[in-house]
Design a protein around this ligand. Structure first.
Ligand code: HEC
Ligand code: HEC
Ligand code: HEC
Ligand code: HEC
Ligand code: HEC
Ligand code: HEC
Ligand code: HEC
Length: 372
């Protein structure tokens, strides 16, 4: 048996290798600085829905990307997309079929050489941007591994495309046509960033007790005591923490600058756009101790319901009063985001908002576009 401390140590070690596979090779270990995930804490959890009994003010949380970011592959939303594979323009000549057998769903590849199949178990991503499926299997030690399906559904294309991070050329081996096989540590990392609670039993993910999606207690910590005492404040409170700690809590999943090599961190690296905390903490605006992710985002509402257009985010500080940080040097009074926080395309079909707020080197081009 591994005790709670053992699990924590194990998990910190896992966190340390996080980047090695997820980000470009950086090889630097900062495990001692990484915040702890609460996902594998054993005790102290309240039943997820009890929060709504007292906190009606946050019931807008239902339908957020966080809450919906992991579903069983057999759920309606997932099956609906998988069934589209038959008519997907992108997958016409790929020999991929989906077959439902009772409660289970299989991806099957057939060509002259033969047939391979995997059972798809989980669907990652809320679908606001994309959804990727994985099939899980036990390795020879009994630990949980997974095959990540080669094809991801992209919302803005309403079609499938290659899964981010997978090679254009298929991998060798049985699963090659269907996806990439990941070992246990990598499998566990995927689930750890997309769940609230991830119990591990002798190396196996205990799927029956896993709490899917990023629910209240993932950000607020296990709250059994809080519920029993009807409001006692826990050690995980966001009240009274400084702006660096605040951003780091979001960055345990959205990524921290320490996870990359210094030379990767420069404003023109479009790869950084999907790692919002890295951009934000490098912005001159982050010199203001008021700046956190919540300066603009409400974590209790879906992105589409947050008012993220307009100028209010910026005029909280750049309002032209003497003690604040000045108005736009180019004399602009509107549309701040389009020049200072534009959407960037990385190597995947996805668009991300560049959170490195700055005067951009491509400002000339942006001006031309505006002037047209
Ligand atoms: C029985 C009622 C009750 C339930 C159930 C309940 N809370 Fe609370 N909660 C309260 C009260 C009362 C306060 C205000 C405490 C105060 O401000 O002194 C509070 C305050 C909070 C706060 C703000 C204070 C802080 O810690 O930063 C958070 C966050 C919170 N609750 C999260 C949760 C979560 C998550 C759940 C579900 C697991 C939950 N609550 C369930 C009664 C409840
Ligand atoms: C446990 C990991 C985790 C933590 C902690 C976390 N996020 Fe996220 N966040 C995610 C994942 C995964 C998604 C993708 C959700 C999806 O599938 O659409 C996401 C999506 C988002 C989105 C986009 C939502 C949308 O509707 O497209 C915003 C904004 C966001 N997170 C902000 C935050 C902020 C602010 C914090 C800290 C208060 C935070 N996140 C903490 C994992 C996390
Ligand atoms: C370090 C935490 C972390 C790990 C590990 C992780 N993810 Fe995510 N994932 C996120 C965050 C944060 C987002 C939201 C990205 C955004 O919208 O900015 C996300 C988004 C997604 C999305 C939705 C597409 C999108 O970009 O919004 C899918 C699908 C997904 N992840 C699948 C996976 C799979 C499969 C694995 C394992 C191979 C994995 N993730 C590992 C944090 C993580
Ligand atoms: C992505 C992380 C995240 C998730 C998920 C989340 N919260 Fe919060 N919550 C926060 C943060 C951050 C704050 C502090 C807000 C601030 O400083 O402006 C907060 C504040 C609160 C507060 C204090 C009052 C307030 O609105 O500022 C309560 C109560 C609360 N959350 C309850 C919940 C409940 C209940 C859920 C689930 C339905 C939930 N939270 C889900 C991040 C989260
Ligand atoms: C100055 C305002 C501002 C701050 C601060 C901010 N964001 Fe954003 N964020 C935005 C805007 C604007 C969008 C684009 C919204 C849209 O597309 O509708 C966005 C979009 C996102 C998305 C969706 C994916 C994408 O890149 O478009 C995620 C995830 C996200 N922010 C996470 C974070 C996190 C984590 C933090 C803290 C490190 C943070 N944001 C701080 C303004 C901000
Ligand atoms: C929480 C306060 C705060 C918010 C909100 C904020 N800023 Fe800033 N901003 C600052 C501070 C502080 C500086 C640095 C001023 C200095 O050093 O003189 C700064 C500097 C800048 C600079 C100059 C950057 C450079 O590299 O010199 C630009 C451009 C900028 N902000 C644009 C924006 C835009 C656009 C928004 C809204 C999306 C925004 N800021 C939101 C506080 C903020
Ligand atoms: C059409 C593109 C564009 C728009 C829209 C725009 N800016 Fe700018 N902004 C610039 C350029 C270009 C500069 C650099 C000006 C210079 O140095 O001559 C700049 C500079 C700044 C600076 C730094 C000022 C300094 O003296 O260092 C701040 C702060 C700023 N903008 C805030 C804003 C805010 C707030 C908004 C929305 C109300 C906004 N900008 C809208 C292009 C834009």
């Amino acid at each position: 048996m591994v005790n709670a401390k053992g699990y924590r140590r194990l998990f910190l070690a896992l966190l340390a290798c996080l980047g090695a596979s997820l980000l470009l090779n950086r090889g630097r270990s900062r495990e001692e600085e990484l915040p702890r995930h609460v996902v594998n804490q054993h005790n102290g959890w309240a039943e997820s829905n009890t929060c709504y009994d007292c906190h009606v003010e946050v019931d807008g949380f239902v339908g957020t990307g966080h809450g919906e970011t992991l579903q069983p592959a057999g759920s309606e939303v997932s099956l609906k997309l998988l069934r589209q594979i038959a008519s997907s323009p992108a997958l016409q000549d790929k020999g991929i079929q989906i077959e439902e057998r009772g409660d289970e769903v299989y991806a099957i590849h057939t060509d002259q050489q033969g047939t391979q199949e995997i059972r798809l178990d989980w669907c990652f991503g809320s679908g606001l941007h994309a959804r990727t499926w994985v099939g899980t299997l036990g390795d020879s030690w009994g630990a949980t591994d997974q095959v990540e399906f080669r094809w991801t559904w992209y919302n803005h294309l309403d079609d499938f495309g290659l899964t981010p991070g997978q090679p254009e050329e298929q991998m060798p081996g049985y699963f090659g046509h269907l996806g990439v096989l990941y070992d246990h540590p990598k499998t566990r990392r995927c689930f750890a960033c997309h769940t609230t609670r991830l119990p591990i039993d002798e190396g196996r993910i205990d799927f029956s007790h896993m709490v899917t999606g990023i629910q209240c207690q993932r950000c607020h910590g296990p709250q059994e005591k809080h519920v029993q005492s009807e409001g006692e404040i826990s050690e995980h409170s966001w009240v009274g923490i400084d702006h660096v700690e605040s951003v780091n809590r979001c960055a345990q999943c959205h990524r921290r600058a320490e996870e990359l090599e210094d030379e990767q961190i420069h404003p023109d690296n479009s790869f950084l756009a999907r790692f919002q905390p890295i951009g934000l903490t490098n912005s001159a605006c982050f010199n203001s101790e008021k700046m956190t992710c919540m300066t603009c985002h409400d974590p209790h509402l879906p992105l589409a319901k947050q008012k993220l257009d307009g100028i209010w985010q910026c005029t909280q500080c750049h309002d032209g009063t003497a003690e604040n940080y000045g108005l736009c040097g180019a004399g602009q009074l509107d549309d701040c985001m389009s020049c200072h926080m534009p959407k960037i395309k990385d190597e995947t079909p996805l668009l991300f908002t560049d959170h490195w707020i700055r005067v951009r080197s491509d400002k000339g081009e942006i001006h031309d576009k505006k002037d047209e």
